[in-house]
Write a protein that binds this ligand. Structure first.
Ligand SMILES: NC(=O)c1ccc[n+]([C@@H]2O[C@H](COP(=O)([O-])OP(=O)(O)OC[C@H]3O[C@@H](n4cnc5c(N)ncnc54)[C@H](O)[C@@H]3O)[C@@H](O)[C@H]2O)c1
Length: 419
């Protein structure tokens, strides 16, 4: 008999898991608090980049249903929590959604159920925060009456090569038996499950991966600033370095970091370290270095226009690609927003082109959207490539632009200046 799976939180992480589980033949229900998400999915509409409406139709045909009614939790054999873990305004972790979903589950939990937390969070959350809420809500005991585990999500939105099924899945249980139970469950939906010693190690593994990227991106961002001043092509240097078959992994500079994994998640780890009375300085330094990149891009725009004997004030500047990552529609924490804000403050007439963003606002004011890429590029005093979406690289006639600032190191030409 197939397992009855309930996924709590149907976003970028929960929905691909639901899709893979339906394909694996599980009976899958999605529980979410958002009317728009639940109604949209039940009527066949996807709201995440990696799933099309056809994918949602295939899931519905396979028995998937989304609901706002937590009664489904009482029927579950396995419950996986995929709710957001944002930061509060003071940059401390906001576990409100994790706690709320644990309360919903606690009130409905039945014996022998497996509960897995997938939301990215600091070590200790599963054991110290989720477990007591589940136990007090249900009167059951983790490790004895029900199984509890943590498994970090490694989804890379827009990655055509690695999806949920072929990316190894780390699992750490509250007890060894909990780990085995979680390994058995994930083995039905992913090819390679990697057990680790406990929930804390699984929680830390995700933050280690994110922090590693964060620090290395900040390293090349800082290098971009001084290599420009030294007259060195950093992209050529990276291409040369990455021919080393061991001990080096290439990271590339850009206009700043966006999304959730890099700008937000490492703060969870530095928060946990601060409670020990000292700082996690690598994270804080990386934050500071990459956080300065949007202002640096604006300064470089100013310099490029100056060379052309123009001022930013009164110049028309076209931003190409405003989402946080190439070929996806997600705008969370996108550095394009602070870049646009700074250029507007300096008096530029800023517009944008992005096939993945029907609208784009800066502090509540919509930016003018160019519909005709070719015309917009010819008319702008300066074009800034922020996100190298395939569609922009394929359709953009960069040679027709007066001046191009390429923050991604993908363009060539006499009118192109690289970051
Ligand atoms: N997006 C990514 O690429 C990615 C990658 C790896 C890990 N993560 C982590 O996974 C977690 C989820 O991220 P996401 O990008 O899927 O978020 P998301 O915002 O796309 O989706 C979260 C969903 O949870 C729902 N939700 C919120 N509170 C709820 C509650 N109490 N009960 C039920 N549903 C609730 C929301 O309505 C939303 O639909 C986060 O911790 C994130 O850091 C995200």
């Amino acid at each position: 008999m197939s397992e009855n799976l309930v996924i709590v939180g149907l976003g970028y992480v929960g929905l691909p898991l639901a899709q893979e589980a339906v394909r694996a033949g599980l009976s899958v229900t999605g529980f979410d608090v958002s009317d728009a998400t639940v109604d949209g999915l039940n009527s066949g509409q996807s709201h995440v980049d990696d799933l099309s409406d056809d994918d949602v139709a295939e899931m519905l045909a396979g028995g998937f249903r989304a609901t706002k009614d937590d009664a489904c939790l009482a029927e579950a054999d396995v419950i996986v929590i995929c709710v957001p873990t944002p930061l509060r305004n003071d940059t401390t972790p906001d576990l409100g959604a994790v706690e709320a979903s644990a309360r919903s589950i606690g009130g409905r939990l039945t014996a022998d159920t497996l509960v897995v937390l997938e939301s990215t969070t600091y070590p200790g959350t599963t054991d110290d925060i989720v477990r007591p809420i589940l136990e007090s809500g249900s009167g059951l005991t983790a490790g004895t009456d029900f199984a509890l585990a943590y498994s970090p999500e490694r989804i890379d939105p827009g990655n055509p090569q690695f999806g949920l099924r072929n990316t190894p899945k780390v699992v750490g249980g509250f007890t060894e038996a909990c780990t085995s139970r979680a390994v058995d469950f994930y083995s039905t939906v992913v090819d390679d499950v990697v057990p680790t010693v406990g929930t804390r190690e699984a929680e830390l593994s995700k933050l280690l991966e994110n922090t590693y990227r964060h620090v290395n991106i900040a390293l090349v961002n800082e290098m971009a600033i001084f290599t420009h001043d030294l007259g060195i092509d950093l992209w050529a240097a990276i291409d040369a370095a990455k021919t080393k078959p061991f001990g080096f992994q290439a990271f590339y500079p850009g206009p700043g970091v966006g999304g959730h994994c890099i700008p937000i998640d490492p703060n969870y780890l530095s928060y946990a370290v601060r409670s020990l009375g000292y700082q996690f300085r690598f994270v804080e330094l990386a934050q500071e270095v990459s956080g300065r990149m949007p202002a640096y891009v604006a300064a470089r725009a100013q310099g490029a226009l100056n060379e052309a004997e123009k001022s930013v004030k009164g110049s028309s500047i076209l931003l190409l690609g405003v989402t946080y990552k190439a070929n996806i529609a997600d705008e969370r924490e996108t550095p394009s927003r602070p870049v646009a804000r700074r250029l507007i403050e300096l008096g530029a007439d800023v517009s944008y082109f992005d096939p993945h963003a029907a609208s784009f606002d800066v502090d509540g004011t919509p930016l003018s959207r160019a519909d005709d890429l070719g015309a917009a590029m010819r008319e702008a005093d300066l074009v800034i490539l922020l996100q190298p979406h395939d569609a922009i690289l394929a359709e953009g006639s960069f040679a027709d632009a007066a001046l191009v600032l390429d923050t991604r190191g993908v363009l060539e030409g006499d009118n192109v200046e690289r970051l």
